[in-house]
Design a binder for this molecule. Sequence first.
Ligand code: MLT
Length: 201
Amino acid sequence: MKHLFEKGKNRNKTLLLLHGTGGDENDLIPLAKHIDPEANILSVRGNVLENGMPRFFKRLAEGVFDEEDLIFRTNELNAFLSEAAETYSFDRSEVTAIGYSNGANIAGSLLFHFERPLKAAILHHPMVPRRGVTVPELNDLPVFIGAGMNDPICRPEETEELSDLLKGAGGNVLVHWENHGHQLTSSEVEAAAAWYRENLN
Ligand code: MLT
């Protein structure tokens, strides 16, 4: 997958960055540096194009995922993470994902399909990636969910549903609410950074 890797001062920790629809691997770099300036950064570009806009999996309509492609792309990303860990010599079990919107959805999908594919996850405005499946045991895996009270894409009910599913599988979930829509605000980023310091340092 197209990506960039930056070795950190602290080679034990890696932040996996997953952009939103229409973004690319450069978008979340400033955010990652703010959250953990010493961690390695692995930032990936989604392999799917929707009218020229990169995404991590296909969708049939706004908010309606192409489930077959979602599963295929989730497997592809999971395999890529193992490959990258070898190539760049980082610890595959020390990866924290930071995803926004479509990127948060594929990060959530990793948690729905694999046993401990990540150490932790910061999900900005995620949706429920799949319904009707059993989420693998999360064993206290820390998850930060940033959500907007007025988000028309990831509605509050869906945020609660995702949080309940992850908690039901043993995840240690914090939902942070902003009085905004789908956008990623600086106060949400600050809340994620504070949560990271508390949970992962
Ligand atoms: C998705 O398709 O993953 C969600 O609708 C979020 C987005 O707009 O990318």
